[in-house]
Design a protein around this ligand. Sequence first.
Ligand SMILES: [Mn+2]
Length: 457
Amino acid sequence: MNYQDFIQQQQEKYPVLNEIAELLDPAESKNFLIYTHDDPDGLLAGAILCRQLDKAGHNYQLKMPHTFELETDRVKKQLADKADNYDGIFIMDKGTLKQYDELTEIISPVVVIDHHYTAGEPENCLLYNPDGQCCSGLQAHMIANLFGETDSFDDFMALVALRSDWTIMPMKGVIPEFVEPFYQMASPNWENLLQPFSGRPTWMEIDQREKTLLLNQISELLFAVSGGGFQYFYGDRDAELAELDATWLCYEDVLALADVVSDLQAANSLEEVIALFPRKDLIEKIFSYFCEDWDGSLELFESSFFYGELGPVDLYLFTGEDTPLMPMVGSVKLGNISRSNDDKPSVMVMANNQTEGGGHFSFRAVGPNIHLGRIADVLSNQLAEEFNCPDLITGGGHPFAAEVKIFHTEIEMAIPFTRLIQHLEKLYQLAQKASDGELTGEAREEAISLGLSYLDK
Ligand SMILES: [Mn+2]
């Protein structure tokens, strides 16, 4: 199916797209408030949408706050006495949350563009969260086509967004069905990004470290420069960097590549790509700090240790303090471990204490059998309830990657870390019982719901 037919099919399946198309009709100039995630997918989704808004003669104000879930209070403050100035707001790549309904009392429409799993959908918003693996960069690309025409530079941004969010893995030939029509249309113009070569492997090279793609390297570069949604910034080490907002630097410099598309299409190395950015010196500097931190953290991960078996899965544990790039480095380390054990399915549980307060757990898997999103969900809910601060303790994810973030700086990690270990112990006990054939009925169902998905057979 070609891409335009696919978009049309989506419009039939999700009539909300027609309402969004009408809202964005270039015939009448409008003004929008746009919130997008501060990770590469989110910022590229914002760039694709805003580029098309510019072309259509609309006005907008773009915001990339550092929280994943958009706090309704933040929007209410932003809109105080100003709601009339806007013809609607967009919330992109920031979860599909019931709380967004609250905003419809002060502004309408509230358009929610998102691809994350959701426990409950907002009912009064214009929600587009399709059934099928995608990312917000692709969603923005589809929406741009509803009221204008995208070009190969938009294709470039959507390809990078798809790779950044692990939706596509061209090296392994993983292109989900939902993405296929776009990929068939876009990839012939970007062959230079898709040829495997021996170069610096990125954190996306988990099951092998010999070859990489320019697409992966660019995705990693944008992760490094933007802070990656984890706010990994380098202002503490460099006065020049302390003064700038690196997420915006990334956003603006990516958009500036629109003027050098043919050079971008001819580029064959990351150095050639970096040379095309207007503020290449800053970008190079940030990337070298990123690489330094990467090497340092990889050494720290030598201390990760075998914790025990959860059925067919080996579980490893890492603890650290102010560990930069923790989940990404942990995935690469885990890939090495699994490969040296005949590709045995393995999980890395990582706990990081922030010396300035609060902390962060990350979960990564190589291979199937455990649902990490469930583990993170249970833990974050438990902690949010225990500390009575659902806004400052968040978590969740998918089967292969999940996070629990404790933003509350007054919280010492003693209790959260103890809960983590207690939860792992519970899973360990359940797994032991299951392997002894003693886990049946409700107990088995509970074990599955807690994350031991290999029992669901
Ligand atoms: Mn995303």
